[in-house]
Design a protein around this ligand. Structure first.
Ligand code: CO
Length: 450
C-alpha cells in the first residue's frame, strides 16, 4: 500500500538505462515482451525515447525511431511515455530553426509522447522557450529542466531563479538534471528544500550513479520532499546509470513515502532485462560492467570522457601530458564562463583543453569553441574571460540575442532537399530525421524506403 505521500518513479530502463550501460543499443524487439507488464507497474512515466535513442536507432539498429515510438505506444497504454529533448538542439548538436523544433515536438506528441523533459546545456531558458511552448500547445506534460553543476557561479539561488523562469514558461514540473552524478546527499537536501519552498509544481530529480552517491542522494532528496525520482530496473542500474528501481521501492516499504509499487511485480521484468543485457553485450561487444568512479567529483568530467581524452592523447604520443590535461580542463571551463559539462559543452570544453595541452594554449581553436565563446549556444553562466575571448573570437560578431533568432525556417528547404534526393513523398517524420542526422537518415532511407 502506498504511503501518505508516495514517491513517484520514472523508469529509465528503455532510455537512459541502456544509453548509460549498453551504448544505447537496446532494440525495440528487446522491449516488446515486457511493455504491457511495465505499463501495469504504476510508474509516473516510462522514459523510452529521445536522448541518444533516436540517433542510435537510425545509425546502429536499422530502426525507424518514429516507428519505435508508435510500437511502444501500442503496448504502453496507461503510463505516459517520457522523452528527453535538448531544447533548441532537439536531439542533435546544433541549434535548429523554430519550425523544426515545433514540428518535431508536434510529431513526437502525436506519435505517443506524453511527457517531454526539456533542457539546455547552458541553462539559457531562451533556448527552451520554443520547445516548451510547442509541447504545451500539443497537450504534453512539459517538464522544464535545468542541469546541475558546481562552480562559483552556481548556487541554490541561481538554480531557483532558472526553475522560476521555467515555471513562468509553463512548466508542469521541474527536473533537476544531474547528468554527471555530482549532486551530494546534503547538497540535494538543501537544493530541494529551497526549490520546494518556492516552486508550485512537482519536483523531479534525475541523477547518475557515476560517483557512487546516488542512493544516498535519493534518500536525502526524499526527506526534503522531492516528488519524482528516476530509477532503472536493476540490470540497467548502478554504474553510470540510475539507482535501481526495485531497491528504492523496497527501501520505502511501510514508510509514509512508500511508492505503492509491488517489488515482486518488478522481478520478472528485471529477469527479462538481465537476459537482454547479456545478449546486447555479446551482440555488440559491449562492456556493460561499468564501475563507479568517484574521480568525477574532482574533475567534473564524466568518466567515459576522461578515458576518451586519454586515448586521444595516447594516439598523439602525448599520454605523459594527461596530468596536465586534468589541470587544464577546469581552467578552460572557468575561462569559457563555467558551462555545465553536458552534451555538447562537455565535448567542446574537453577538446579545447586537449588542444591547449598538446599545442599550446589557444593556439588552435575549434569552431565550436569559438561559437560557445561568442554566444552562439546561448549565454554562458559567467562571462567568458575577456583575454581569452579576444584571443579566440577575433573580430567575429558576439551574439547576445537568442541564437535561433538568426536561423530562418528550415522545414520547407529540407523537404525540397529530400525530394531532390529521391524522396518526394517523405513523411514529416522522415524530414525531421533528415534534419537532425542527414547522412545517417539518408543511409537508412536508402535501405528502407526504396
Ligand atoms: Co541521464
Amino acid at each position: 500500500m502506498s504511503g501518505k505521500n508516495p514517491v513517484k518513479i520514472m523508469e529509465t530502463v528503455l532510455r537512459d538505462g541502456h544509453q548509460s550501460l549498453a551504448a544505447t543499443r537496446m532494440r525495440t524487439s528487446d522491449m516488446i515482451p515486457v511493455l504491457e507488464q511495465l505499463d501495469e507497474i504504476g510508474y509516473f512515466s516510462i522514459e523510452a525515447w529521445g536522448g541518444a535513442t533516436f540517433d542510435s536507432c537510425l545509425r546502429f539498429l536499422n530502426e525507424d525511431p518514429w516507428e519505435r515510438l508508435r510500437t511502444l505506444k501500442k503496448y504502453i497504454k496507461k503510463t505516459p511515455i517520457q522523452m528527453l529533448l535538448r531544447g533548441q538542439n532537439v536531439l542533435g548538436y546544433n541549434h535548429y530553426a523554430d519550425d523544426v523544433v515545433t514540428e518535431f515536438v508536434n510529431r513526437a506528441v502525436d506519435n505517443g509522447i506524453g511527457v517531454i523533459r526539456i533542457f539546455d546545456a547552458l541553462n539559457d531558458v531562451r533556448n527552451l522557450e520554443v520547445a516548451m511552448r510547442a509541447a504545451k500547445k500539443a497537450g504534453a506534460h512539459v517538464q522544464g529542466s535545468f542541469v546541475y553543476t558546481i562552480s562559483p557561479y552556481h548556487d541554490n539561488a541561481s538554480f531557483l531563479k532558472v526553475a522560476k523562469d521555467l515555471v513562468e514558461l509553463g512548466a508542469d514540473s521541474i527536473c533537476i538534471k544531474d547528468m554527471a552524478g555530482l549532486l551530494a546527499p546534503y547538497a540535494a537536501y538543501e537544493l530541494i528544500k529551497t526549490l520546494k519552498a518556492d516552486i508550485p509544481v512537482p519536483l523531479h530529480l534525475h541523477t547518475h550513479y557515476t560517483s557512487g552517491m546516488a542512493s544516498m542522494t535519493y534518500i536525502k532528496a526524499i526527506e526534503a520532499g522531492v516528488d519524482i525520482l528516476d530509477c532503472a530496473l536493476s540490470p540497467f542500474a548502478l554504474g553510470t546509470s540510475q539507482p535501481a528501481t526495485e531497491a528504492l521501492v523496497a527501501a520505502l516499504e511501510g514508510h509514509e513515502r512508500d511508492t505503492g509499487i509491488k517489488k515482486e511485480k518488478l522481478f520478472p521484468i528485471a529477469d527479462h532485462f538481465r537476459a537482454v543485457k547479456k545478449d546486447l553485450a555479446e551482440t555488440f561487444k559491449l562492456n556493460t560492467a561499468i564501475d563507479i568512479d568517484t574521480k568525477v567529483l574532482t574533475f567534473q568530467i564524466p568518466g567515459g570522457m576522461l578515458s576518451n581524452l586519454l586515448n586521444q592523447m595516447k594516439e598523439q604520443g602525448m599520454a605523459d601530458k594527461y596530468p596536465e590535461l586534468l589541470e587544464e580542463m577546469p581552467k578552460v571551463r572557468a575561462e569559457l564562463g563555467y558551462p555545465p559539462l553536458v552534451t555538447p559543452t562537455s565535448q567542446i570544453t574537453g577538446s579545447m583543453a586537449a588542444f591547449n595541452v598538446m599545442l599550446g594554449r589557444y593556439k588552435i581553436v575549434p569552431r565550436e569553441v569559438k561559437d560557445l565563446a561568442r554566444g552562439k549556444y546561448g549565454r554562458t553562466p559567467a562571462p567568458v574571460d575577456p583575454e581569452v575571448l579576444k584571443l579566440i573570437v577575433g573580430d567575429e560578431p558576439i551574439i547576445t540575442h537568442r541564437p535561433a533568432d538568426d536561423i530562418p525556417p528550415q522545414m520547407q528547404a529540407l523537404r525540397e532537399e529530400l525530394a531532390a534526393k529521391g524522396y518526394p513523398n517523405a513523411s514529416t517524420e522522415d524530414v525531421l530525421s533528415y534534419a537532425l542526422f542527414p547522412e545517417v537518415a539518408l543511409k537508412f532511407f536508402e535501405a528502407n524506403r526504396k
